[in-house]
Design a protein around this ligand. Sequence first.
Ligand code: NI
Length: 170
Amino acid sequence: MMSVRIYGDPVLRKTASQVEVFDEKLGKFVDEMTETMLEADGVGLAANQVGMARQVAVIDTTGGEQPPLVLINPVITAKSEEIVESDEGCLSLPGITLPVKRPAQVSVEAVDQYGKPFSIRDASGLLARALQHEIDHLNGILFVDHVSALQRTMVSGKLKKLAKTGSVNG
Ligand code: NI
């Protein structure tokens, strides 16, 4: 299992670079990320979170029932006007859950770990949220960046503790 970087680690704020080589090493990296996500009970994991600012993310909305969705170089190509609010958390911000407003539906274009392009049309629900959350990570954006100033003030103590000690209880 890879170690997951915690809020305050500068790699979480980096813009991930494009993947250009689709080799065995990439496949192994994707497998390790998937394993780490599943062991941590996460819905998604972006490469920045394991210390590599590369455009790689994995998503599992099935609790490990189905193979993960592997997204390399993903881009959001369409967003719905409809906005929905739902609680979000992140493996890099343990102990923090906040309601986040996001477009209800998104379409995404990406390639898989073999370099084969695919698109996801009008994803909704948890998948839409996970896609936006993970693609944000690849752009150095965290879910706490989307919450209201008031909510952010309310968790500022926890964020400071996280950055300092790696835990909200520290
Ligand atoms: Ni996250």
